[in-house]
Design a protein around this ligand. Structure first.
Ligand SMILES: [Zn+2]
Ligand SMILES: [Zn+2]
Length: 89
């Protein structure tokens, strides 16, 4: 059964086309491990696992994070900890 033409086919060419179509639906493929996703945001996040890129940097300390959610939770804990400890300037 070919999902592209909805016909029962043994034709190899038709099956190859079907494989291409399904791959096309998941446009974003990781060049490192072959992970695929249809959402570009997911791919950006995934690529960082390989590159180690951490674009979200804390403004209080030097720590940086690969996900904004991680930075946010870090900021909350950092602020909670430092708000009552003003540095002696
Ligand atoms: Zn990958
Ligand atoms: Zn910090």
């Amino acid at each position: 059964m070919c999902f592209t033409c909805q016909k029962i086919k043994t034709d190899a060419g038709c099956l190859i086309q079907f494989i291409r179509v399904t791959r096309c639906a998941k446009r974003h493929q990781c060049s490192f491990c072959g992970y695929t996703t249809s959402r570009p945001a997911n791919m950006k996040k995934h690529i960082r696992l390989h590159t180690g890129e951490r674009p979200f940097q804390c403004t209080i300390c030097v720590k940086s994070f690969n996900e904004k959610a991680h930075l946010n939770s870090h900021m909350i804990t950092s602020l909670g900890r430092t708000s009552f400890q003003m540095p002696n300037v």
